[in-house]
Write a protein that binds this ligand. Structure first.
Ligand SMILES: *Cc1c(COP(=O)(O)O)cnc(C)c1O
Length: 464
């Protein structure tokens, strides 16, 4: 009689009793692990039925090992810390701005306890959660009042809705942009209930174009910073001061969406033409809009700064409830804004600003040291440290390049795509640039404290 191969399979309880599953059992429900064990056994049975050879022994221990590996992989957190080796400081797909340590701590404390989110501690009475950021934004921008919502897209929608619903808003055709992630000005305008009145052409819009478009149903003139593209060559656009003068004459509002929202001057990093919130307010914008997690370096938020009357109408809008910030974000945003009260401190503590201001000599030293370590890893054909020129902006600062230092890695027996994949799915996860068959790590966006992790990630990628 031929032996029955199904008989040799261990029982579910034998596999579950294996000490290999001890760690998993401490962390997860019995049912979840048992289901994975039954699934592994089912697969074996169907392989036996198909007459496939079962290479290796099918002991309880080996099956427990298989189940453990599978479950560990399946139950890994979907959101993971990533080492950003792309050199793009504001990388939308990698969470945009890393926030300052103090801001992260403020969010952590807000999350795990209670705080005076909507209570005035002096009077014990109810207050507005927006009070936490209003004064700081006013100090930094010179605005009369301010408020904040979930992101700049939300800020645009609520501003247009509260101030311009059913009325016309005049915008230059050169500024009818798509930012990405389906943020398109004409569609945002439609959602808000305001009526878009396009003027000028893609490259040229003159003050007269705005003036001709103004009618009895016009509510505002709007300027939008074309964040991630540039029209160059034969171009003309109207300055904010000219728009403001025209708007005053006709009793209209000026809304200025400056996008990235620098509160310090980015010329110091060699970036020309990045609009500053303070300049927008000083030039007379009734409302200036900007993101919290671009150049400000705070949590995701949309900040609205401007006239008291505009901010009051926005805060009374029923949509405010749907767009308001949660306690963690508010705490992190307030902490970020307060850092800017001392510019030197902001430059040291806001990670994005620190990355932009790190001297080339320091990047070089770190690149050379990292290259030396990586050269010792088996499987590496060649590794060099070299100077490079990189775009640092992602969705903002599209044409602003900066010199940097990179480490370039070439593998012996695997291609660039395979190496990039192993680095991405590894622990720690590393995302670099793929360039001419090589993987390029830009030192600008790798935190100095991550050096050992980078080496570990590369070692594992070559070992797997
Ligand atoms: C980025 C950007 C937005 C969208 O801001 P989010 O905070 O990403 O919603 C809107 N307008 C301009 C000009 C931008 O640059």
């Amino acid at each position: 009689m031929t032996p029955n191969p199904f008989r040799n399979l261990p029982a579910v309880h034998e596999i579950l009793d294996s000490s290999i599953l001890g760690d998993l059992k401490a962390r997860h429900d019995h049912e979840l692990i048992a289901a994975a064990v039954r699934q592994a056994l089912d697969e074996l049975r169907s392989r036996i039925s198909n007459g496939e050879p079962l290479n290796g022994e099918v002991s309880a221990e080996s099956l427990a090992g298989l189940v453990e590996k599978r479950l560990e992989a399946q139950l890994r957190s979907k959101l993971r810390t990533v080492i950003n080796a792309t050199g793009i400081v504001l990388h939308t797909n990698l969470g945009r701005a890393p926030i300052a340590e103090g801001a992260a701590k403020a969010a952590y404390e807000a999350a795990r306890g209670y705080l005076n989110l909507e209570m005035d501690l002096e009077t014990g009475k109810r207050s507005s959660r927006q009070d936490a950021i209003r004064e700081w934004v006013c100090r930094l921008t010179g605005a009369e009042s301010a408020t904040a919502v979930n992101n700049n897209a939300a800020a645009t929608v609520i501003a247009l809705r509260a101030l311009c619903a059913g009325k016309e808003v005049v915008v230059s055709r050169g500024q009818l942009i798509e930012i990405g992630g389906s943020f398109r000005i004409p569609e945002i305008m439609a959602v808000s209930g305001a009526i878009l009145r396009e003027v000028g052409t893609t490259n040229i819009t003159r003050l007269g174009d705005y003036e001709k478009a103004i009618g009895p149903n016009t509510a505002a003139l709007m300027r939008i910073h074309p964040s991630n593209y540039r029209v160059s060559g034969f171009t003309k656009s109207v300055s904010l001061t000219d728009l403001v003068t025209l708007a005053r004459k006709h009793n209209l509002k000026v809304i200025d969406d400056i996008g990235s929202g620098a509160v310090i001057d980015f010329k110091r990093f060699g970036f020309a033409g990045e609009p500053m919130a303070r300049a927008s307010i000083a030039d007379g914008a009734d409302l200036t809009l900007f993101s919290g997690d671009k150049l400000l370096g705070g949590p995701q938020a949309g900040i609205l700064a401007g006239r008291v009357e505009c901010i009051q109408r926005i805060e009374k809008d029923p949509l405010m409830r749907a767009m308001r910030l949660d306690k963690m974000t508010l705490a992190a945003l307030e902490a970020t804004l307060r850092l800017y009260l001392n510019e030197v401190r902001a430059l040291q503590e806001v990670p994005g600003l620190r990355m932009l201001s790190v001297p080339l000599s320091e990047l070089r030293m770190r690149a050379e040291s990292l290259a030396r370590e990586i050269a010792n890893i088996a499987g590496v054909r060649n590794v060099i440290a070299r100077e490079d020129v990189a775009y640092v902006g992602g969705g903002s600062l599209p044409d602003q390049k900066m010199p940097t230092w990179v480490v370039e890695i070439e593998a012996k027996s695997i291609g660039d795509a395979e190496l990039a994949l192993r680095l991405r799915v590894g622990d720690p996860a590393i995302v670099g640039r793929v360039q001419d068959g090589k993987i390029v790590f830009d030192l600008r966006t790798i935190f100095p404290h991550q050096s050992a992790d980078v080496i570990e990630g590369v070692r594992k990628a070559f070992a797997s």
